[in-house]
Design a protein around this ligand. Structure first.
Ligand code: GDP
Ligand code: MG
Length: 379
Protein backbone atom coordinates (compact mmCIF):
# COMPACT_ATOMS: atom_id res chain seq x y z
CA UNK A 1 0.00 0.00 0.00
CA UNK A 2 1.34 3.37 -1.01
CA UNK A 3 0.11 6.42 0.97
CA UNK A 4 0.81 9.94 -0.19
CA UNK A 5 -0.21 13.53 0.57
CA UNK A 6 -1.25 15.86 -2.27
CA UNK A 7 -1.72 19.62 -2.00
CA UNK A 8 -3.71 21.82 -4.38
CA UNK A 9 -5.33 25.25 -4.44
CA UNK A 10 -8.64 23.55 -5.00
CA UNK A 11 -9.93 20.06 -4.29
CA UNK A 12 -10.05 19.39 -8.00
CA UNK A 13 -6.43 20.32 -8.43
CA UNK A 14 -5.37 18.05 -5.55
CA UNK A 15 -7.59 15.22 -6.85
CA UNK A 16 -6.18 15.61 -10.33
CA UNK A 17 -2.72 15.03 -8.88
CA UNK A 18 -3.97 11.92 -7.04
CA UNK A 19 -5.49 10.54 -10.24
CA UNK A 20 -2.43 11.24 -12.30
CA UNK A 21 -0.09 9.54 -9.85
CA UNK A 22 -2.17 6.82 -8.28
CA UNK A 23 -4.80 6.18 -10.92
CA UNK A 24 -8.58 5.97 -10.67
CA UNK A 25 -8.62 3.29 -7.97
CA UNK A 26 -6.80 5.40 -5.40
CA UNK A 27 -8.46 5.55 -2.00
CA UNK A 28 -8.91 8.91 -0.33
CA UNK A 29 -7.88 8.68 3.32
CA UNK A 30 -8.61 12.27 4.24
CA UNK A 31 -9.14 15.74 2.90
CA UNK A 32 -8.73 18.98 4.81
CA UNK A 33 -8.08 22.63 4.38
CA UNK A 34 -4.64 23.79 5.40
CA UNK A 35 -3.21 27.24 5.96
CA UNK A 36 0.01 28.20 4.27
CA UNK A 37 2.89 28.72 6.67
CA UNK A 38 3.72 32.12 8.21
CA UNK A 39 1.58 35.07 9.21
CA UNK A 40 0.88 35.93 5.60
CA UNK A 41 -0.61 32.46 5.18
CA UNK A 42 -3.59 33.53 7.28
CA UNK A 43 -4.50 36.12 4.71
CA UNK A 44 -4.30 33.77 1.74
CA UNK A 45 -6.88 31.25 0.54
CA UNK A 46 -6.36 27.90 2.31
CA UNK A 47 -4.88 25.02 0.38
CA UNK A 48 -6.51 21.61 0.10
CA UNK A 49 -4.65 18.58 1.36
CA UNK A 50 -5.70 15.17 0.12
CA UNK A 51 -4.11 12.05 1.57
CA UNK A 52 -4.57 9.13 -0.82
CA UNK A 53 -3.52 5.51 -0.89
CA UNK A 54 -3.26 2.89 -3.60
CA UNK A 55 -2.70 -0.82 -3.46
CA UNK A 56 0.69 -1.79 -4.65
CA UNK A 57 0.59 -5.03 -6.66
CA UNK A 58 0.69 -8.18 -4.43
CA UNK A 59 0.78 -6.25 -1.19
CA UNK A 60 -2.74 -7.09 0.08
CA UNK A 61 -5.91 -5.04 0.19
CA UNK A 62 -6.82 -2.10 2.29
CA UNK A 63 -10.25 -2.19 3.80
CA UNK A 64 -11.49 0.75 5.75
CA UNK A 65 -14.88 2.35 6.04
CA UNK A 66 -13.38 5.79 6.02
CA UNK A 67 -11.87 5.25 2.61
CA UNK A 68 -13.61 5.87 -0.62
CA UNK A 69 -12.37 5.29 -4.15
CA UNK A 70 -11.49 8.53 -5.85
CA UNK A 71 -14.18 7.84 -8.42
CA UNK A 72 -16.80 7.84 -5.64
CA UNK A 73 -15.46 11.03 -4.22
CA UNK A 74 -15.46 12.52 -7.69
CA UNK A 75 -19.15 11.71 -7.97
CA UNK A 76 -19.83 13.49 -4.69
CA UNK A 77 -17.33 16.17 -5.20
CA UNK A 78 -18.31 19.66 -6.29
CA UNK A 79 -17.71 20.93 -9.71
CA UNK A 80 -16.77 24.56 -8.98
CA UNK A 81 -15.95 26.39 -5.74
CA UNK A 82 -17.06 23.83 -3.11
CA UNK A 83 -14.42 21.59 -1.77
CA UNK A 84 -14.44 17.94 -0.77
CA UNK A 85 -14.36 18.79 2.94
CA UNK A 86 -17.64 20.59 2.66
CA UNK A 87 -19.15 17.67 0.79
CA UNK A 88 -17.93 15.24 3.41
CA UNK A 89 -19.25 17.42 6.20
CA UNK A 90 -22.58 17.61 4.40
CA UNK A 91 -22.63 13.85 3.92
CA UNK A 92 -21.78 13.28 7.58
CA UNK A 93 -24.55 15.64 8.66
CA UNK A 94 -26.99 13.90 6.34
CA UNK A 95 -26.01 10.48 7.63
CA UNK A 96 -26.41 11.62 11.22
CA UNK A 97 -29.81 13.11 10.35
CA UNK A 98 -30.82 9.86 8.72
CA UNK A 99 -29.72 8.01 11.83
CA UNK A 100 -31.92 10.20 14.00
CA UNK A 101 -34.80 9.77 11.58
CA UNK A 102 -34.39 5.99 11.66
CA UNK A 103 -34.38 6.03 15.46
CA UNK A 104 -37.55 8.09 15.50
CA UNK A 105 -39.18 5.74 13.00
CA UNK A 106 -38.15 2.70 15.01
CA UNK A 107 -39.59 4.26 18.18
CA UNK A 108 -42.74 5.16 16.29
CA UNK A 109 -43.15 1.58 15.12
CA UNK A 110 -42.75 0.40 18.72
CA UNK A 111 -45.53 2.80 19.83
CA UNK A 112 -47.79 1.66 16.98
CA UNK A 113 -47.05 -1.95 17.78
CA UNK A 114 -48.00 -1.58 21.43
CA UNK A 115 -50.76 1.00 21.27
CA UNK A 116 -53.43 0.56 18.67
CA UNK A 117 -56.35 2.84 17.89
CA UNK A 118 -57.38 4.82 20.94
CA UNK A 119 -54.07 4.28 22.76
CA UNK A 120 -54.93 0.80 23.94
CA UNK A 121 -52.36 -1.98 24.08
CA UNK A 122 -52.66 -4.33 21.15
CA UNK A 123 -53.57 -7.33 23.32
CA UNK A 124 -56.65 -5.51 24.70
CA UNK A 125 -57.94 -4.22 21.39
CA UNK A 126 -60.27 -7.23 20.69
CA UNK A 127 -62.01 -6.54 24.03
CA UNK A 128 -62.29 -2.85 23.28
CA UNK A 129 -63.79 -3.71 19.90
CA UNK A 130 -66.19 -6.15 21.53
CA UNK A 131 -67.49 -3.35 23.78
CA UNK A 132 -67.72 -0.81 20.98
CA UNK A 133 -69.47 -3.36 18.72
CA UNK A 134 -71.92 -3.74 21.57
CA UNK A 135 -72.54 -0.01 21.32
CA UNK A 136 -70.67 0.91 24.46
CA UNK A 137 -69.49 4.44 23.71
CA UNK A 138 -65.81 4.66 22.71
CA UNK A 139 -64.81 6.83 25.68
CA UNK A 140 -66.55 4.60 28.18
CA UNK A 141 -65.13 1.45 26.55
CA UNK A 142 -61.64 2.91 26.73
CA UNK A 143 -62.08 3.74 30.42
CA UNK A 144 -63.31 0.20 31.12
CA UNK A 145 -60.38 -1.40 29.28
CA UNK A 146 -57.86 0.84 31.03
CA UNK A 147 -59.27 -0.04 34.45
CA UNK A 148 -59.28 -3.75 33.63
CA UNK A 149 -55.70 -3.52 32.29
CA UNK A 150 -54.54 -1.82 35.49
CA UNK A 151 -56.19 -4.50 37.57
CA UNK A 152 -54.68 -7.23 35.39
CA UNK A 153 -51.18 -5.75 35.43
CA UNK A 154 -51.21 -5.28 39.20
CA UNK A 155 -52.45 -8.78 39.95
CA UNK A 156 -51.92 -12.22 38.53
CA UNK A 157 -55.60 -12.47 37.56
CA UNK A 158 -56.20 -12.96 33.82
CA UNK A 159 -57.42 -9.99 31.82
CA UNK A 160 -60.84 -11.39 30.95
CA UNK A 161 -61.70 -11.87 34.62
CA UNK A 162 -60.52 -8.36 35.41
CA UNK A 163 -62.67 -7.03 32.59
CA UNK A 164 -65.72 -8.89 33.94
CA UNK A 165 -65.10 -7.39 37.36
CA UNK A 166 -64.86 -3.85 35.98
CA UNK A 167 -67.97 -4.36 33.82
CA UNK A 168 -69.90 -5.58 36.86
CA UNK A 169 -68.82 -2.44 38.72
CA UNK A 170 -70.06 -0.31 35.84
CA UNK A 171 -73.40 -2.18 35.67
CA UNK A 172 -73.72 -1.90 39.43
CA UNK A 173 -76.16 -3.68 41.72
CA UNK A 174 -79.86 -3.49 40.87
CA UNK A 175 -82.32 -1.67 43.08
CA UNK A 176 -85.76 -3.09 42.43
CA UNK A 177 -88.86 -1.85 44.17
CA UNK A 178 -89.16 -2.97 47.77
CA UNK A 179 -92.56 -2.79 49.34
CA UNK A 180 -93.59 -3.65 52.87
CA UNK A 181 -97.25 -4.04 53.81
CA UNK A 182 -98.67 -1.04 55.62
CA UNK A 183 -95.80 1.28 54.62
CA UNK A 184 -97.25 2.91 51.56
CA UNK A 185 -94.89 3.72 48.75
CA UNK A 186 -95.62 6.03 45.81
CA UNK A 187 -93.78 5.18 42.61
CA UNK A 188 -93.83 7.45 39.54
CA UNK A 189 -92.97 6.42 35.98
CA UNK A 190 -91.53 9.07 33.67
CA UNK A 191 -89.89 8.98 30.26
CA UNK A 192 -90.46 9.74 26.58
CA UNK A 193 -93.64 8.68 24.76
CA UNK A 194 -93.83 5.11 23.56
CA UNK A 195 -90.91 3.68 25.54
CA UNK A 196 -93.21 1.41 27.54
CA UNK A 197 -94.03 3.31 30.74
CA UNK A 198 -97.68 2.23 30.95
CA UNK A 199 -96.93 -1.36 29.98
CA UNK A 200 -94.08 -1.67 32.50
CA UNK A 201 -96.19 -0.08 35.21
CA UNK A 202 -99.01 -2.55 34.48
CA UNK A 203 -96.55 -5.45 34.63
CA UNK A 204 -95.23 -4.37 38.04
CA UNK A 205 -98.74 -3.62 39.33
CA UNK A 206 -99.76 -7.18 38.39
CA UNK A 207 -96.67 -8.71 40.02
CA UNK A 208 -97.11 -6.80 43.28
CA UNK A 209 -100.85 -7.31 43.39
CA UNK A 210 -101.23 -10.90 42.16
CA UNK A 211 -97.88 -12.55 42.96
CA UNK A 212 -96.82 -10.57 46.05
CA UNK A 213 -100.36 -10.08 47.36
CA UNK A 214 -99.82 -6.38 48.08
CA UNK A 215 -102.57 -3.76 48.05
CA UNK A 216 -101.91 -1.84 44.85
CA UNK A 217 -103.41 1.44 43.58
CA UNK A 218 -103.03 3.09 40.18
CA UNK A 219 -103.05 6.79 39.30
CA UNK A 220 -102.66 8.17 35.82
CA UNK A 221 -101.77 11.74 34.99
CA UNK A 222 -101.58 10.90 31.28
CA UNK A 223 -104.83 12.48 30.18
CA UNK A 224 -103.43 14.04 27.01
CA UNK A 225 -104.64 11.09 24.97
CA UNK A 226 -107.92 9.27 25.57
CA UNK A 227 -106.30 6.07 24.41
CA UNK A 228 -103.66 6.37 27.16
CA UNK A 229 -106.32 6.46 29.89
CA UNK A 230 -108.20 3.58 28.27
CA UNK A 231 -105.04 1.50 28.07
CA UNK A 232 -104.47 1.66 31.84
CA UNK A 233 -108.21 1.36 32.57
CA UNK A 234 -108.26 -1.99 30.78
CA UNK A 235 -105.29 -3.30 32.77
CA UNK A 236 -106.84 -1.97 36.01
CA UNK A 237 -110.13 -3.72 35.28
CA UNK A 238 -108.47 -7.03 34.39
CA UNK A 239 -106.32 -6.94 37.54
CA UNK A 240 -109.15 -5.47 39.66
CA UNK A 241 -106.93 -2.65 40.87
CA UNK A 242 -108.51 0.77 41.56
CA UNK A 243 -107.44 3.55 39.18
CA UNK A 244 -107.62 7.32 39.75
CA UNK A 245 -107.40 9.74 36.85
CA UNK A 246 -105.76 13.14 37.38
CA UNK A 247 -106.59 16.05 35.10
CA UNK A 248 -104.27 18.33 37.03
CA UNK A 249 -101.41 17.67 39.49
CA UNK A 250 -103.42 19.40 42.23
CA UNK A 251 -105.81 16.45 42.20
CA UNK A 252 -102.97 14.26 43.45
CA UNK A 253 -103.73 14.84 47.15
CA UNK A 254 -107.34 13.68 46.74
CA UNK A 255 -106.26 10.67 44.68
CA UNK A 256 -103.75 9.62 47.34
CA UNK A 257 -106.52 9.88 49.89
CA UNK A 258 -108.56 7.41 47.79
CA UNK A 259 -105.59 5.02 47.98
CA UNK A 260 -104.72 5.59 51.63
CA UNK A 261 -104.96 1.87 52.49
CA UNK A 262 -102.59 0.75 49.73
CA UNK A 263 -99.08 -0.69 50.11
CA UNK A 264 -97.92 0.68 46.79
CA UNK A 265 -99.30 3.22 44.34
CA UNK A 266 -98.06 3.37 40.75
CA UNK A 267 -98.37 6.74 39.03
CA UNK A 268 -98.30 6.93 35.22
CA UNK A 269 -97.33 10.14 33.42
CA UNK A 270 -97.50 11.37 29.84
CA UNK A 271 -94.37 11.19 27.75
CA UNK A 272 -92.37 14.38 27.89
CA UNK A 273 -90.85 15.81 24.75
CA UNK A 274 -87.28 16.99 25.14
CA UNK A 275 -87.88 20.73 25.57
CA UNK A 276 -91.32 20.67 27.16
CA UNK A 277 -90.92 23.00 30.15
CA UNK A 278 -94.63 22.86 31.09
CA UNK A 279 -94.46 19.08 31.26
CA UNK A 280 -91.29 19.34 33.32
CA UNK A 281 -93.12 21.55 35.83
CA UNK A 282 -96.04 19.13 35.92
CA UNK A 283 -93.79 16.13 36.64
CA UNK A 284 -92.05 18.03 39.45
CA UNK A 285 -95.45 18.95 40.91
CA UNK A 286 -96.59 15.34 40.75
CA UNK A 287 -93.41 14.21 42.50
CA UNK A 288 -93.66 16.78 45.25
CA UNK A 289 -97.45 16.57 45.81
CA UNK A 290 -97.35 12.78 45.99
CA UNK A 291 -94.18 12.83 48.10
CA UNK A 292 -92.99 10.14 45.68
CA UNK A 293 -90.72 7.54 47.23
CA UNK A 294 -89.29 6.42 43.91
CA UNK A 295 -89.11 7.73 40.34
CA UNK A 296 -88.41 5.38 37.42
CA UNK A 297 -86.97 6.88 34.26
CA UNK A 298 -88.06 4.47 31.53
CA UNK A 299 -85.75 4.14 28.53
CA UNK A 300 -85.93 1.83 25.55
CA UNK A 301 -82.91 -0.29 24.55
CA UNK A 302 -83.78 0.66 20.98
CA UNK A 303 -82.82 4.28 21.51
CA UNK A 304 -79.52 5.44 20.06
CA UNK A 305 -76.75 6.63 22.34
CA UNK A 306 -77.18 10.26 21.29
CA UNK A 307 -80.96 9.86 21.75
CA UNK A 308 -80.40 8.57 25.29
CA UNK A 309 -78.00 11.42 26.03
CA UNK A 310 -80.70 13.92 25.02
CA UNK A 311 -83.34 12.18 27.12
CA UNK A 312 -81.06 11.99 30.16
CA UNK A 313 -80.23 15.67 29.76
CA UNK A 314 -83.88 16.61 29.44
CA UNK A 315 -84.71 14.70 32.64
CA UNK A 316 -81.82 16.18 34.60
CA UNK A 317 -84.39 18.27 36.50
CA UNK A 318 -85.40 15.11 38.41
CA UNK A 319 -84.07 15.06 41.93
CA UNK A 320 -83.39 11.33 41.85
CA UNK A 321 -84.45 8.29 39.86
CA UNK A 322 -83.78 4.67 38.90
CA UNK A 323 -83.33 3.38 35.37
CA UNK A 324 -85.80 0.94 33.83
CA UNK A 325 -84.93 -0.42 30.39
CA UNK A 326 -87.60 -1.77 28.04
CA UNK A 327 -87.57 -3.61 24.70
CA UNK A 328 -84.57 -5.78 25.54
CA UNK A 329 -86.22 -8.32 23.20
CA UNK A 330 -85.96 -5.93 20.26
CA UNK A 331 -82.39 -4.80 20.82
CA UNK A 332 -79.36 -6.57 19.40
CA UNK A 333 -76.82 -4.71 21.54
CA UNK A 334 -76.98 -3.70 25.16
CA UNK A 335 -74.12 -1.23 25.46
CA UNK A 336 -76.71 1.52 25.82
CA UNK A 337 -77.50 0.22 29.33
CA UNK A 338 -73.87 0.56 30.34
CA UNK A 339 -73.61 4.02 28.77
CA UNK A 340 -76.70 5.33 30.57
CA UNK A 341 -75.64 3.77 33.85
CA UNK A 342 -72.24 5.40 33.57
CA UNK A 343 -73.53 8.82 32.52
CA UNK A 344 -76.33 9.10 35.07
CA UNK A 345 -74.75 7.17 37.92
CA UNK A 346 -78.33 6.04 38.67
CA UNK A 347 -79.05 2.43 39.60
CA UNK A 348 -80.79 -0.09 37.40
CA UNK A 349 -84.13 -1.47 38.52
CA UNK A 350 -85.95 -3.65 36.00
CA UNK A 351 -85.62 -4.68 32.38
CA UNK A 352 -88.65 -5.36 30.19
CA UNK A 353 -88.30 -8.13 27.65
CA UNK A 354 -91.52 -8.06 25.62
CA UNK A 355 -95.11 -6.88 25.36
CA UNK A 356 -96.68 -9.53 27.50
CA UNK A 357 -98.20 -8.31 30.81
CA UNK A 358 -97.09 -9.29 33.43
CA UNK A 359 -94.55 -11.88 32.27
CA UNK A 360 -92.12 -9.76 30.31
CA UNK A 361 -90.37 -7.87 33.08
CA UNK A 362 -87.62 -8.89 35.49
CA UNK A 363 -85.25 -7.41 38.01
CA UNK A 364 -82.14 -6.28 36.13
CA UNK A 365 -79.62 -9.04 36.76
CA UNK A 366 -76.05 -7.69 36.56
CA UNK A 367 -74.62 -11.11 35.63
CA UNK A 368 -77.14 -11.59 32.83
CA UNK A 369 -76.39 -8.11 31.50
CA UNK A 370 -72.69 -8.87 31.73
CA UNK A 371 -73.07 -11.96 29.57
CA UNK A 372 -75.14 -9.95 27.06
CA UNK A 373 -72.31 -7.43 26.76
CA UNK A 374 -69.34 -9.76 27.15
CA UNK A 375 -69.56 -11.84 24.05
CA UNK A 376 -66.85 -14.29 23.08
CA UNK A 377 -63.61 -12.65 22.06
CA UNK A 378 -61.06 -14.27 19.77
CA UNK A 379 -57.68 -13.13 20.99
N1 GDP B 1 -91.15 -5.49 22.25
C1 GDP B 1 -91.48 -4.80 23.33
N2 GDP B 1 -92.47 -3.92 23.28
C2 GDP B 1 -92.79 -3.23 24.39
C3 GDP B 1 -92.08 -3.41 25.59
N3 GDP B 1 -92.60 -2.57 26.51
C4 GDP B 1 -93.62 -1.91 25.89
N4 GDP B 1 -93.72 -2.30 24.62
C5 GDP B 1 -94.66 -1.83 23.61
O1 GDP B 1 -94.36 -0.48 23.31
C6 GDP B 1 -95.54 0.21 22.95
C7 GDP B 1 -95.66 1.47 23.80
O2 GDP B 1 -95.83 1.08 25.15
P1 GDP B 1 -96.51 2.04 26.21
O3 GDP B 1 -96.49 1.32 27.50
O4 GDP B 1 -97.85 2.50 25.74
O5 GDP B 1 -95.50 3.25 26.19
P2 GDP B 1 -95.63 4.65 26.95
O6 GDP B 1 -96.07 5.64 25.94
O7 GDP B 1 -94.26 4.93 27.42
O8 GDP B 1 -96.58 4.48 28.05
C8 GDP B 1 -96.68 -0.76 23.16
O9 GDP B 1 -97.02 -1.32 21.93
C9 GDP B 1 -96.08 -1.81 24.08
O10 GDP B 1 -96.69 -3.08 23.92
C10 GDP B 1 -91.01 -4.37 25.62
O11 GDP B 1 -90.31 -4.60 26.61
N5 GDP B 1 -90.75 -5.04 24.46
MG1 MG C 1 -98.30 5.53 28.48
Amino acid sequence: MKVKRYIGHTTQEAMQKVKEEMGKDALILSTRKIRQKGITGWFKRPLIEVVAAVDEPNKGNFNSQRMMPASVLNYASPTKEDDATKVLEKLEAQISNMGELLNKLANGFKVIENNVGPGIKREYVPYYEMLVNNEVSEDIAKGIIEKAALLHERSSVDFERCLRQVLLEYIGPSRPLEVSPGRRKVVIFVGPTGVGKTTSLAKLAAIFSIQKQMKVGLITADTYRIAAVDQLKIYAEIMEIPLSILYSPREMVAALEEHRDKDVIFVDTAGKSIRDRAQEKEILELISLSKADEVYLVLSCNTSYSGCLNIIKSYSFLPDYKLLFTKMDEASNYGIILNCRYITGKPLSYVATGQSVPDDIEVADPNKLLSCIMKRVEV
